[in-house]
Design a protein around this ligand. Sequence first.
Ligand code: MF3
Ligand code: CO
Ligand code: CO
Length: 268
Amino acid sequence: MSNRNKDGIVIHTDKKDFEGMRKAGQIAAECLDFIAPYVKPGVTTEYLDDLCAGFIKEKGVVSACIGYHGYPKYTCISINHEICHGIPSPERKLLDGEILNIDVTVIADGWHGDTSRMYYAGKPSVKAKRLCDVTYECLMRGIEAVKPGAYFGDIGAVIEEIAHHYGYSVVDMFCGHGLGKVFHDEPNVMHCGKKGTGPRIEEGMFFTIEPMINFGKKEATILANEWTAVTKDRSLSAQFEHSLGVTSTGAEIFTLSPKGMDKPPYNE
Ligand code: MF3
Ligand code: CO
Ligand code: CO
């Protein structure tokens, strides 16, 4: 059973909906665990996409990305100054020190599990590693702001405060989103804003938080492939994403890594 509230946001009242999201979220998270040892200098992003596609197929689920508004691949892989929606390519080999986001969304029994993490190809610079660490903190502190009665603006406010503290900027061209049986649903979850603004958070809502944090300015442009967003100033950008459900006391994260591999480094 589910219905939409006055803000048009779906409220899930059936325990089975949480079970469905848990299963989808866990498979997406397992895919991100699975790919970690393959991320190294010299491999192409298409190779990583192929491996994820194989994993997804083996699990008996499907990628929500391929064919979505014509998107051509199973995952999004965004390197360095690419903010999001990087398209895996046979021409693009990873170089030592590059940082990349791998974003996986699977559909399991109709439910969407959407999650992304940063990865290092070889050894990142101190500067790149710090950006990734802070972006992960932004995500987790944003999730801590989630509880019934809080406001969506509370999430953006805490993310923005942390990012600005380090002199970074928050991308506002893309948002987190409601999800469930639908991939991108109400509400838009902003990663900046003011406390106490926006819709109220209620038990039974499902949505993502997926802050994109830039080392330089927040402005983004879309490449000629019509998908990939990059920083206008070509500064580094990082992102982490979890799918979550609002419980009576806070948030259940559906996409936590079963192996504790929620942030890099993954192999030390
Ligand atoms: N997974 C992305 C998100 O977090 C969306 C990717 S859509 C695609 O919302 F078509 F680019 F795959
Ligand atoms: Co998402
Ligand atoms: Co995603």
